[in-house]
Design a protein around this ligand. Structure first.
Ligand code: SF4
Length: 236
């Protein structure tokens, strides 16, 4: 059980171990690092729920056809302009752009326009331009904006040329609520033989290892449910 939890959260465990090491050998650096991490954690807690809500609302309310028309492969130069506006008028740090971009991509936006949105979000946001104008002059801001937009467009078109949607990873995992009723389980081990990725034996009873089911394993898990002689396995 503990081993499977460690396996599932490898990155988190590694971070905790690194922190423990730094605390032992350089406690001051470790404290600074904790403070920085807390700052970003708090920022993410404030920003991400709003972004997820926005993403869900856009996903539910804006029809796929509209996204394809405005941001899809055939949206042309107007699609690029719309993408620059979308990225420039956004708020929040760049990582907030990723869930939104993934949803737009899924609904038919082109790779070129996604690159343009992400790049505009990162480097030509309106508040950033206003600050630039205030501290570095309007000429500086205007020339940088023009050069940056040109660079973003070139990068977007090159990315669209070299990266195809089929090259991007699909969601191959899904979460399921898999359970074993240990009162019924007789420890025959059939489920472990069929799907060792999902079941293990603990104290003579089957135990669920992970709720994350890869697409290719879904049939195997279904088979365990059918083959379990005492109907102890459940999945929702
Ligand atoms: S197949 Fe059913 S009875 Fe057999 S070990 Fe798995 S859960 Fe238990």
């Amino acid at each position: 059980m503990i081993l499977s939890m460690i396996k599932k959260n490898k990155l988190l465990v590694l971070v905790v171990l690194v922190y423990a090491g730094i605390f032992i050998f350089a406690p001051e650096t470790a404290l600074k690092s904790v403070n920085n991490s807390m700052y970003y954690l708090l920022e993410m807690i404030q920003v991400l729920p709003i972004i997820f809500l926005l993403t869900v609302l856009i996903d539910a309310w804006i029809p796929k056809e509209w996204i394809i028309d405005k941001l899809g492969d055939k949206s042309g130069f107007m699609g690029n302009v719309f993408s620059i506006l979308l990225g420039s008028l956004s708020a929040g740090p760049i990582y907030a752009a990723f869930p939104l971009s993934k949803m737009l991509l899924k609904k038919g936006a082109s790779i070129t326009n996604i690159v343009i949105i992400l790049s505009a979000w990162a480097v030509i946001k309106v508040p950033m331009l206003l600050n630039e104008m205030k501290f570095l002059s309007i000429e500086f801001m205007a020339i940088r904006w023009v050069l940056t937009v040109v660079a973003i467009l070139i990068m977007g078109y090159l990315m669209g040329l070299f990266v195809k949607k089929k090259d991007l990873p699909e969601d191959t995992k899904e979460e399921a609520s898999l359970s074993v009723n240990t009162d019924y389980c007789n420890g025959c081990g059939i489920c472990i033989k069929i799907a060792p990725e999902h079941f293990e034996m603990v104290d003579g009873k089957a135990n669920v290892k992970t709720q994350e089911i890869h697409k290719e394993n879904r049939m195997k898990v279904k088979t365990t449910i059918e083959k379990c002689p005492v109907n102890a396995i459940g999945m929702e």
